[in-house]
Design a binder for this molecule. Structure first.
Ligand code: ADE
Length: 273
């Protein structure tokens, strides 16, 4: 992975619904980043590569069963054309990662997004119907990736989810570069709660410390809240050993664990099993 200042990711999406992908990513942060040339998006319509007279891209599965399968030939030819274009643009198409989005893949996570953000070219393959002929998957796919344990109608939304998550980690895509680093999932911690004006809303007051102007106190409060929130909402993510390295951290951990125990006891009181 590289994080050099001029790194740039080119996304190539093989799909039967190119407009869905290009329109979905054309707004907001990703749209602006495409306009500025910090990242690029090429959608490749698999149907353009079929050799069938009627532009067919699917057929019945051997052995029977419900639904249709995307055939190997148009997928492979669309892929080869993409590799050739990457090579012509100065990249190494043969080495580009080819991500098949499928519920059978490894679950997409922030660390995977970070790794992908260091690539020059990423090829996404979006399936439809009941899937794609296994033989072309065996020949081209390098990574099988899922966005969660549920089944969608096609791979376009998962590809867009991944492209969005990867893009915001590419330097200069977010106007405030620091913000990609210091938020949810940085340090394996969820983000601390945030407040804006007014100081009192619906009789709820913004914590005093945030209005104190004492930067060190604010930093400590936020770190503690991030730890507490992670223990409360995503205990599976919390790693005690991350806070064993220094004396102040160990003290902070002890305080947070104490507060967490008190919070848990109050929850149990509210709704006993
Ligand atoms: N295609 C259909 N469902 C999917 C999922 N959950 N993740 C990735 N690709 C998919």
């Amino acid at each position: 992975m590289s994080s050099c200042a001029d790194s740039h990711v080119n996304f190539h999406v093989l799909t039967l619904f190119p407009e869905m992908v290009s329109q979905g990513l054309s707004a907001s942060v990703t749209g602006r980043a495409f306009e500025k040339g910090i990242i690029s998006l090429e959608t490749i319509n698999i149907r353009d590569y079929t050799l069938s007279k009627h532009k067919k891209v699917d057929d019945y599965p051997y052995g029977g069963g419900a639904g249709m399968l995307m055939q190997a030939q148009p997928v492979y030819d669309a892929f080869r054309a993409t590799v050739d274009r990457i090579n012509e643009s100065g990249g190494d198409g043969e080495k580009a990662k080819v991500i098949y989005v499928t519920p059978q893949g490894r679950c997409f996570r922030q660390d995977m997004a970070k790794e992908f953000a260091g690539e020059r070219d990423l090829i996404f393959l979006c399936g439809h119907y009941e899937g794609i002929d296994e033989r072309v998957l065996e020949e081209v796919v390098t990574d099988y990736v899922s966005i969660g344990d549920y089944v969608l109608t096609g791979g376009e939304l998962p590809a867009m989810v991944m492209i969005d998550a990867i893009s915001r980690l590419v330097p200069k895509v977010l106007s405030n570069e620091a913000s990609a680093e210091f938020e949810t999932f940085h340090d394996n911690l969820l983000e601390y709660p945030q407040y804006s004006r007014p100081a009192v809303w619906h009789e709820r007051e913004v914590p005093e410390v945030l209005r104190s102007g004492d930067h060190e106190k604010v930093r400590l409060w936020r770190r503690k809240q991030a730890m507490l929130r992670t223990l409360q909402r995503r205990p599976d993510m919390f790693r005690e050993e991350d806070f064993m390295g220094s004396k102040p951290d160990r003290r902070l951990l002890a305080e947070v664990q104490e507060e967490f125990r008190a919070w848990r006891a109050s929850m149990e009181e509210e709704s006993p099993l």
